[in-house]
Design a binder for this molecule. Structure first.
Ligand code: SAM
Ligand code: SF4
Ligand code: SF4
Length: 553
């Protein structure tokens, strides 16, 4: 639906003034500034332009009378195209477009986008002068804004199809810092100084390579069993290219995204792009971590690899992960851990994980012994995530029912088995973590202190010790402050970015790195406003809708 098909009444839902869900249909050249995607880009100063609004699949923003002004600097002379489409509730509306005071076009409303070419110079002021706007007696008495024209398209692009050349020395076009160590120091300094517009890149980057998996029969626990194929995506070369500065500057690069990162054809390329100081982190089914690929991964830097097994025996493994091969996986892990020991990489870490359910709970103690045999650093258990309810046939002809598997017919037996695993882990000195409450039966209260010891995450950066800012009001005295708006970004395989993986992708995507330079998105109005909210209240409104584990503690 086009904005022009939405009745010309006013909608003001500032809370939803974010990227519309379908804006990829409005893709324009890389390096362009699309004012329907970024509310306030830093390199184009906008006056007389209301927030981005949307209804259903349409998005628009109002130009406010008497004039909308777009001001920007260019490195040198460059022909710039102003693309716009608008309608207006005022009969006879015209827009006079002036560039540095000279009249360059007079436009009337229309569905088809108009293109106005201007000869850009060092300093550019574009005026859009409206002939009519809402003034007393008001056409829209309940809206104080002097609305004039409603834009369904408003963008600036280079006439030659290349990027707009904004000056690199301006306060809005920062050079990339490069080294992960220097970048993190700068990020910490900027946070300590109370900055909300940042030169530093996020030291922690989550880069989703794919939501797909090469396992023909999905693991019984996986939501791939329920997801429609068209919901999946994999990263493309152009996205990797755009993300390259982020990858090489990241101190921690998390390749989590719901699929099997190692099946992406760009996995090796991404590893190649990392710096020696980068620690790469991902979960894997491990079948693709062949000795050759392990050597490539180890040749680069440090890695935190969590192998998902969900079983300690081949029989249970076959039920839980029917497309894997238990013996090959154990060989892959053994090769990887032994090479890692040879190389002596103190920042690297290897673990095995099990998602505990009714079918595999009997394997938990044996899982500790297996970890020891494989030479990994620790074991991570968790229960099944909430929210799924699929039923699948297993390879041994049985039925695996998500709801029943979550419930545990005998919670006391479950707790005995977990306690047994804990005692074994203590005896052999194997760190054991349980994400979420480990005990489910009547003794859960009495076992609280053991549960607390299992909750301690080994090898976790205590950022609180190094990240400090007098400007940051704490959300709660007992909670660790959250540094995410200064530290992290999440890049989906589509190139969409958001601040935090706990934020709803459909609501809180900031923009797309294929369409926009990352630094412009990183310092877009939404990000700056969120950082201000963290300084003022320790959290931003977008965090409340989906509180993170950190907030729940
Ligand atoms: C979705 S997988 C993707 C990475 C990789 N393919 C793997 O299996 O490790 C990421 C992690 O989520 C776990 N997982 C998958 N489905 C789950 C569920 N329903 N509840 C809890 N954890 C789950 C997997 O065991 C794995 O450790
Ligand atoms: S290997 Fe990972 S992504 Fe693939 S089906 Fe299993 S849990 Fe899902
Ligand atoms: S959801 Fe939680 S982790 Fe994410 S930014 Fe908000 S407070 Fe931080």
């Amino acid at each position: 639906m086009l904005a022009s098909e939405v009745p010309l009444q006013l909608y003001r839902n500032k809370a939803e003034a974010v990227r519309p869900a379908d804006d990829r249909t409005e893709t324009i050249d890389g390096g362009a500034v699309d004012l329907l995607k970024i509310y306030k880009p830093l390199d184009v100063h906008c006056l007389g332009l209301a927030v981005i609004e949307r209804k259903h699949r349409a998005s628009w923003r109002w130009g406010l009378g008497p004039r909308t002004t777009l001001t920007f600097r260019l490195e040198d002379q460059q022909d710039v195209v102003l693309r716009l489409a608008f309608d207006s509730p005022f009969a006879g509306q015209t827009i006079q477009v002036r560039h540095n005071r000279a009249l360059v076009a007079t436009l009337t409303p229309g569905k088809a986008p108009a293109e106005v070419v201007i000869h850009g110079v060092g300093h550019n002021v574009l005026h859009l002068d409206y002939s009519h706007w809402d003034k007393p007696p008001k056409l829209f008495p309940n809206d104080s804004r002097p609305v004039a024209a409603r834009f369904s398209r408003l963008a600036l692009a280079s006439a030659d199809g290349g990027p707009l050349r904004f000056p690199t020395d301006s306060t809005v076009a920062f050079p990339y810092v490069g080294s992960p160590i220097e970048n993190e120091l700068l990020a910490r300094r900027e946070y300590a100084e109370g900055k909300t517009v940042l030169r530093s890149l996020p030291p922690v980057v989550t880069l989703g390579l794919t939501t797909r998996c090469n396992f023909q029969i999905p693991c019984v626990i996986c939501d791939i069993n329920t997801r429609p194929e068209e919901a999946d995506s994999s990263i493309e070369a152009v996205t990797i290219e755009k993300a390259a500065p982020l990858i090489s500057t990241a101190k921690r690069l998390l390749l989590h995204c719901g699929g099997e990162a190692m099946m992406s054809k760009y996995f090796d390329k991404v590893i190649e792009l990392t710096s020696p100081e980068t620690t790469v982190q991902f979960n894997t089914h491990g079948m693709l971590l062949t000795p050759k690929r392990a050597d490539r991964l180890l040749a680069k830097g440090s890695a935190i690899v969590s192998f998902s097994l969900d079983a300690a025996t081949p029989e249970i493994y076959r039920i839980m992960r029917p497309s894997g091969h238990f013996e090959t996986l154990l060989d892959n892990i053994k090769y990887y851990t032994s090479k890692l020991k040879e190389l002596g990489r103190p920042q690297s870490h290897t673990r095995i994980n099990m998602t505990v359910c009714e079918t595999n709970v009997k394997d938990v103690a044996a899982f500790i012994d297996l970890a020891h045999e494989l030479g990994v650093d620790d074991v991570v258990f968790s229960h099944l995530n909430e929210g799924l309810e699929h039923v699948v046939e297993t390879v041994d002809g049985g039925i695996w029912d998500y709801t029943k598997e979550c419930q545990f017919a005998d919670p006391e037996r479950h707790d005995d088995l977990v306690l047994n695993a804990w005692q074994r882990a203590q005896r052999i000195g194997m760190p054991m973590v349980f994400v979420g409450p480990p005990f489910l039966g009547s003794r859960a209260g009495a076992l609280k202190s053991i549960a607390a010891q299992m909750a301690a995450v080994p090898f976790h950066d205590r950022d609180e010790e190094t990240w400090r800012s007098a400007h940051h009001k704490r959300y709660h005295p007992d909670l660790m402050p959250c540094f995410t708006p200064w530290q992290e970004t999440v890049v989906q395989p589509t190139g969409d970015i958001r601040m935090c993986c706990f934020h709803d992708e459909s609501k809180f995507t900031i923009g797309n790195i294929v369409q926009n330079d990352f630094l412009r998105l990183w310092n877009a109005e939404e990000m700056v406003t969120a950082r201000r909210a963290f300084f003022g209240h320790g959290v931003a409104p977008r965090c409340h809708a989906n509180p993170c584990q950190r907030c729940r503690h």
